[in-house]
Unconditional design. Structure first.
Length: 206
């Protein structure tokens, strides 16, 4: 498929998959969140981590936050993505605890406020995390991913191509967000796995 068609196809697919997850009822959402967290708690990539990034769900995204009390009990620190000021479409990962002041970013997503995030000790670059839980709009059986389309995670994870420490990347989504095949872009950073409310998909496992 040429790149124009691929861009068109991705836009259509992204819209369709976003509608699919927004159509889930509150009850289906709660059940999915519970099942997702049950799967995540089993994974060594979560159990062995000291620092994990999650996200606060919007618009039908599967909710990873029921995991937070369990992570805190185990002394695992939780970080959230924050839109990096003066740096187009990339992310900081900022400590999230009871004292973290929150604001809504330009997409209406709650995040630690800029002054808190600007203080060095409150944030980490992505490479210093052990595991990132990455929100997906779509995925396929090879664990290829599609996000919101801003390239935020891809840009923030570009260091994964270079030598050095590499965190584990776990994509999460509702099972209904799986499609047959997603176009793979040159800038896409591969995930270690995709975890849904129903299964776990690893690259090369089919
Ligand atoms: N919960 C959550 N937080 C996250 C992400 C995410 O996917 N989910 N991100 C992952 O990258 C980053 C934010 N990326 C985003 C990229 C595009 C849109 C977006 O298109 N939003 C609107 C339209 C634009 C607008 O309101 O100005 C929309 O929902 O239609 C939102 C967030 C960081 N935080
Ligand atoms: N490392 C990078 N450097 C520069 N531009 C990038 C990089 N990664 C992605 N992009 C750009 O970001 C845009 C969005 O990419 P894509 O459609 O793959 O987003 P996505 O993976 O769905 O979003 P996200 O990463 O936020 O979940 C593309 O136009 C792409 O050119």
């Amino acid at each position: 498929m040429d790149s124009l068609h691929s861009a068109d196809h991705k836009r259509t697919l992204r819209r369709e998959l976003r509608q699919r997850r927004q159509a889930l009822t509150p009850r289906e959402q709660r059940e999915a969140a519970f099942r997702l967290c049950r799967q995540l708690k089993r994974l060594p990539e979560i159990r062995r981590a000291r620092r994990i990034s999650l996200y606060l769900p919007v618009k039908g995204e599967i909710d990873p936050t029921p995991l937070i009390p369990w992570l805190r009990q185990r002394g695992i620190s939780v970080y959230l993505p924050v839109l990096r000021p003066f740096s187009a479409n990339s992310l900081w990962f900022v400590a999230y605890h009871s004292g973290t002041p929150m604001i809504k970013n330009r997409f209406g997503i709650a995040e630690p406020d800029t002054r808190f995030a600007a203080r060095r000790p409150n944030r980490l670059p992505a490479w210093a995390l052990d595991t990132l839980v990455v929100p997906l709009v779509g995925f396929d059986a090879q664990a290829n991913r599609m996000g919101m389309g801003g390239g935020f995670y891809d840009r923030s994870l570009a260091f994964m191509r270079r030598p050095g420490p590499k965190p584990t990347l776990l994509g999460v989504a509702h099972a209904c967000q799986q499609v047959d095949a997603l176009p793979v872009e040159p800038w896409d950073i591969p995930l270690s796995a995709v975890v849904s409310d129903r299964h776990i998909v690893r690259p090369g496992s089919v």
